[in-house]
Design a protein around this ligand. Structure first.
Ligand code: SF4
Ligand SMILES: [Zn+2]
Ligand SMILES: [Zn+2]
Length: 313
């Protein structure tokens, strides 16, 4: 197996590109994919300040590394979710990455700064943890970006993530979500621009990128992920990809090219119906936004001790 560029021994094969790469040219390939994505979707303009949502996992750390290497002005934001040892370790990886490279990491802790954590919110709302977790992440990333004067929030969603979400939304024909499933969402009153520069890179490629670049990351799955439907969708898509390389990428990018505009009106109508949350000012369809309602509901709740521990490092 030889590198497509230099004919030296390759470290990775990318079947959907019908190409193999050595370490050096694989890194170059990843940078090129991100550069093309940012240019094509006009994600970041020269001089923009970007806030990277950093979880301590491979995708977000690789994204931060790639943006910095490509010359973007990118700070990180780590949100402490209070998911036992898993969160403690994830925070450590994020801090280590930032301090080793002299980068600025903003930190927000759900329990200390807001008053609840993900396990407690899940118990109070009696819903899967990912529901309160996703809501909190979206709200607090937006708020930190606006407060810090950033132009865009960048998240580490990769091709596998986006294809799995699209698969789920298509299975149920979630029209509003399909209208919003774009790699860039423009800024609007009270909300920053959202960008996903890794959509051309697969999960396996991000793991390989971290190994090649010497990035230590949280390899454990979140212990609260059970019940997250996307894991099953990823498995289904991986089975299709194994027999038909490129199917995942075609599914996602052909949707963006040929079908996403069909759902755009619905998303726009939804956006037009939003008003400022009476409590925090975030655009919301009701009087008070879902995050402020969650803060209210969890106020005074006894913190839930997590019984499932992430395995030791
Ligand atoms: S798996 Fe769910 S609970 Fe865990 S970090 Fe992801 S969204 Fe949050
Ligand atoms: Zn090479
Ligand atoms: Zn609010």
């Amino acid at each position: 197996m030889k590198c497509r560029v230099c004919r030296q021994p390759a470290v990775i094969d990318l079947r959907r590109h019908n190409a193999n790469f050595c370490a050096e040219h694989f890194v170059e390939h990843c940078r090129e994919q991100v550069r093309r994505t940012i240019d094509h979707f006009k994600m970041v303009a020269p001089g923009d300040r970007v806030l990277v949502a950093v979880s301590g996992g491979k995708d977000s750390l690789a994204l931060w590394d790639l943006l910095v290497e490509l010359g973007y002005d990118a700070d990180g934001l780590y949100l402490g979710l209070g998911i036992g040892d898993y969160s403690d370790e994830s925070g450590r990886y994020a801090r280590e990455f930032a301090s080793q490279r002299g980068l600025h990491l903003v930190e927000v802790d759900l329990r200390d700064d807001i008053g609840f954590d993900v396990p407690t919110a899940a118990a109070v709302t009696k819903r899967v943890p990912c529901s309160a977790c996703g809501l909190s992440k979206r709200h607090l990333f937006d708020r930190a970006a606006i407060d810090g004067g950033y132009d865009a929030v960048a998240t580490g969603h990769n091709l596998d993530d986006e294809a799995a979400v699209l698969f789920g939304n298509t299975l149920r024909w979630n029209i509003e979500y399909l209208g919003r499933q774009l790699p860039v969402l423009p800024a609007r009153a009270g909300l920053p621009r959202k960008v996903k520069p890794l959509v051309r890179l697969a999960e396996r490629e991000m793991a390989a990128y971290c190994v090649v670049r010497g990035i230590d990351y949280q390899v454990e799955e979140c212990p609260m992920a059970a019940g997250n439907r996307h894991l099953g969708y990823k498995e289904a898509l991986n089975a299709i990809e194994a027999s038909s390389p490129g199917a995942k990428s075609a599914f996602y990018f052909e949707f963006l090219d040929k079908a996403s505009h069909l759902f755009a009106n619905r998303a726009q109508t939804e956006r037009d119906g939003l008003q400022a949350c009476q409590s925090c000012g975030t655009p919301t369809p009701g009087e008070v936004c879902a995050f402020c309602r969650l803060v209210e509901r969890t106020a005074g709740a006894t913190p839930v001790e997590l019984t499932v521990k992430a395995p030791p490092l």
